[in-house]
Design a protein. Sequence first.
Lengths: 315, 315
Amino acid sequence: MARIAVDAMGGDRAPGAIVDGAVQAARLLPVEVILVGPEERLKKIGMSESPALTVRKKRDSSITQMVELAKKREVDAVVSAGNTGAVVVAASLGLGLLSGIERPGIAILIPSLKGPVLVIDVGANVDSKPLHLYQYALMGSVYMREVLGKQNPSVGLLNVGEEESKGTDFTRESFKLLEESKLNFTGNIEGRDIFLGTCDVTVCEGFVGNVALKVSEGVAFALKELLVKELRRTFLNRLGASLLLPAFNRLKRQMDYAEYGGAPLLGVDGACFICHGASSAKAIRNAIRSAATFVSHEVNRRIVSAAVQPEGASA
Amino acid sequence: MARIAVDAMGGDRAPGAIVDGAVQAARLLPVEVILVGPEERLKKIGMSESPALTVRKKRDSSITQMVELAKKREVDAVVSAGNTGAVVVAASLGLGLLSGIERPGIAILIPSLKGPVLVIDVGANVDSKPLHLYQYALMGSVYMREVLGKQNPSVGLLNVGEEESKGTDFTRESFKLLEESKLNFTGNIEGRDIFLGTCDVTVCEGFVGNVALKVSEGVAFALKELLVKELRRTFLNRLGASLLLPAFNRLKRQMDYAEYGGAPLLGVDGACFICHGASSAKAIRNAIRSAATFVSHEVNRRIVSAAVQPEGASA
């Protein structure tokens, strides 16, 4: 049974939503959840009723303490909705990197017209080299196969046009490395292709990936705000909207990042899941589920195996 | 009366939509429109009935020919929905750059919760230096003031976090230049802030801006597709949707890029507007209107004046 440490104090809705999500996971999933944070405070909100849930007193920051637990192999994975930069630094330094991997990358699942697609890196690094992009593609492919069950995932390189010559020296060199690899590389893609589901894994440098992710959040939020305003404008609109409530809710579920849980920090020698700062209990529960799958499918062993034997052997 | 050359053959819906838009503009606006393209073909579709509309026979590519006309000052502005890269190259080389400006930048108006905001550069260059970002900010500010009537427009630097230290050496150096300038610089912004309307002008390097623009298109398209699918699912949904048709149409208009017409290529010594490849007649008409405003408000003279006297003098 996977042992998952959860940062009780990380995130905008901590500790309430975090504790709720951890309790739900401990009850519903075959996992052991270790909440890390101030013991007294957490005990007070009554989450210690589940046998699969324990609390660790906070000595250092909860992130540092979680990483310590993972380093000593007292837990198999860590989950945090705390500051992303702090989690990346603590996990990278505390756990070290996998053999054959030079930089960690945050891999996020994004809803597309053809189901969830993976984008890596969305901000662990902002000084990537082409080789790092190849390694992101490799790690993302293993993750999509092992955790999402996608066989032979296709890989696209985020660029400003589809032709091989497009972009910068950086993208052209990355293109070459990906093309020469045994990955299922399908070429350059543009920003809009991510959401059309053109390929299963999109690789990009962390600055660009971070902007792409936050732009997509911003557009979705703005559209929702404008739509809600329109729907409240007249009586007929409100009537129509009430008829469509189930449809809007279905749409909302399809676009809900919380369905996919957290984003793995791929490349560290351990399992580390980073959750959105605004994570709900459901998002935390699903991140814990993803972390458990990550552990049981031995994603890291398969990444190392693929990185060491780049002839396409999949462990 | 501004004389505007329009590329009759550029764009996915050329020449039909282009000619329609040009005819509308020639009738409705105080402009003289010169359609550039194969004379016989254009005459056949009967658009030469307006006195303010003439046709130029195509010798070279229509883009090259338009730039030639602008260079000889036979027209005041050029408008094309053709290949963006080709327009950028033809205009930059053919017209040259404004005094004090080292790189041209494509400035696009994007709908936000607080009305249209400008993003520059969305792909004219993918090898910008910090000084170019400062010049983009300066040109974008002049454009927002002169063409959109926005007094003292605020400028944000697109980054991966709000703190000054965030990002790369490139963004930190750009931040410094912007902060020391007389522009109304309000600091770093993140991808989602563009659509919240946090600032009037967002500056970024062309690769990032291009990805941001195309990601926003992709998200909006995917959401629309998913919504339409939901609305057709059941009889009650279709009933509700029919009640909401006016609301959806209002929303569509608010998000319609065609309302804002084309994107100016700021920095070239002339007026050059680049339109979306999928431009409708309305988009072309509005681009011609923007080009006419650009000319009548002497945007370029004001850019040169602001670039030469960086003490904030606004010509």
